[in-house]
Design a protein around this ligand. Sequence first.
Ligand code: ADP
Ligand code: MG
Length: 249
Amino acid sequence: MICVSNLSAYYDTAKGRSMALKGLNLEVPKGGICALIGPSGCGKSTLLRILAGIASNYEGEVSIEGAPVNPKSLSIGFIPQNYGLLPWKTVRDNIRLSWKVKHPETPVPDGEEKMLARLGIGEEFLARFPRELSGGQQQRASLARAFLLQPDVLLMDEPFSALDAITREEMQEVFFELWRAQAVTAVIVTHDIEEALYLGQTIVVLSSSPGRVSMVMENPHFARREASGDFAAQKARLRGWLTGKGAEA
Ligand code: ADP
Ligand code: MG
């Protein structure tokens, strides 16, 4: 389980210290999926970097499985907002990178080719470099790298944002397959309310900067594609919280 308690994050700039998160509390149960939404600049990416163990500009408690975040002892799949592909490595090497760093002695899992096919990453892309791919193709390569790792924790920062609607739905299904097969604990940042309603067992809304949790919702529409029942009402409610009119919504 992911447990964040009284988290404040800051950036020290030439103009002094600015707060990106202030007093944020969050819990994601083991094997759960949390969808995180909030206005631009409220600190979503900052929070994911902290959870990934690659940022230390914070105060407060952050633990995963009862221990301070440590990417060395845990296997953490992280899909950064800018995809995080290394420009000097081929797409194939980028996709295998996280596995090789984590398991240097073990060959990549057998499911690699199947997973690449599911993500629509054809043979012709693998020898290319990231700059030779479209944004959507780079995003899928970044998904492939995180999925191949078979992580304990999957942190995804707007992972489907560069994809067209049809491809996005396919990639969401691949994510669900992985989640069901491996019971990975996942945090997904999205600015798309409908995506949050589809992917999040729990939806957490952050306030505007500096971010803290303004609303937590157990999501009755989780993993249900068809808009049914009170879907429109839930959507309106989330939109209300996102725009700061939560109390009235
Ligand atoms: P979000 O992902 O929700 O859009 P970010 O986590 O990227 O927000 O940023 C949160 C706040 O921190 C913003 O006000 C942003 O300008 C600021 N910020 C992000 N990265 C840096 C940085 N490297 N230096 C200074 N300020 C930063
Ligand atoms: Mg961001």
